[in-house]
Write a protein of this length. Structure first.
Length: 261
């Protein structure tokens, strides 16, 4: 977004490198372009309101909201998970972005529209045993995004989710540290191979976010789009087809699998 000339409010936890990132961006700023940092812990229920209040202090309108923050949460069988950590994962990965969307939509409605991109994936579209908190939060966020996309369709607001792919971040390292006993042999081996190969380039997901924030993607809303596997660069050419259930979470009935019972 920065390369396209957007002004940014960067949000991260206290004691992060958010101020350093802000300074690096400002060193390459174009005329009148600005980046701001705001340290807040999304495990605090008051954090979303604080973020939007800071954004309103800075600007008269909000064009784009990107909900990128997330934690892995407890790894292992649900019966053995720490319940406080499980609840915290839901707060950070689901409730905080939901409230940020709520507050952003109220503001965007006042000023004529906007774009929201939520990061999904993480097992939301398939089984992911031993990661129940993370998978539940991401699945909930995707269905929430589909729902509100329909609610705000007439307000000039588009809402989409993206699956960025396995990026080589601290979250993958947590899985390796958990080992096969907690993460499961299949998950552990998959992540080990991903880390060894360099995993997914984060720039691919960033480019998809830029696309969804742009006018090129007009007509694309309420979708879960894979940054790695889907032909998202040309989705606007298929806007009419996307009015249906393509790229959405849905129930599969027996007939779709050749069953007649």
């Amino acid at each position: 977004m920065w390369r396209e000339g957007a002004d940014l409010l960067l949000v991260d936890r206290p004691q992060s490198d958010i101020q350093e990132l802000r300074d690096r961006l400002m060193a390459s700023a174009s005329d009148q372009q600005s980046a701001h940092s705001f340290a807040v812990d999304l495990s605090d229920p008051g954090a979303p309101q604080a973020v939007l209040s800071e954004a309103r202090r800075l600007w008269p309108r909000l064009d784009i909201l990107v909900n990128n923050a997330g934690i892995q949460g407890p790894i292992g069988m649900i019966a053995d998970n720490d319940w406080a950590a499980w609840r915290e994962t839901i707060q950070i990965d689901l409730l905080a972005p939901v409230e940020l969307c709520k507050l952003a939509i109220a503001w965007m409605r006042e000023t004529g529209g906007g774009r929201i991109v939520n990061l999904g994936g993480g097992g939301a579209a398939g089984l992911r045993p031993n990661f129940s908190a993370y998978a539940t939060a991401k699945c909930g966020l995707i269905k929430f995004s589909e729902t509100i996309a329909a609610e705000v369709a007439g307000l000039g607001i588009r809402v989409n989710c993206i699956a960025p792919g396995p990026m080589n971040t601290a979250m993958l390292q947590e899985i390796l540290q958990a080992g096969t006993g907690q993460a499961g042999a299949a998950e552990y081996e998959q992540v080990r191979k991903q880390v060894a190969s360099g995993a997914t380039d984060p720039q691919i997901a960033a480019d998809l976010i830029v696309y969804l924030a742009s006018e090129r993607s007009a007509g694309v809303t309420g979708k879960l789009i894979s940054a790695v596997w889907d032909p998202w660069r040309t989705l606007h050419e298929h806007a009419e087809d996307l009015r249906g259930d393509i790229y959405t979470l849905r129930r599969i009935v027996p007939e779709e699998r050749g069953k007649t019972w």
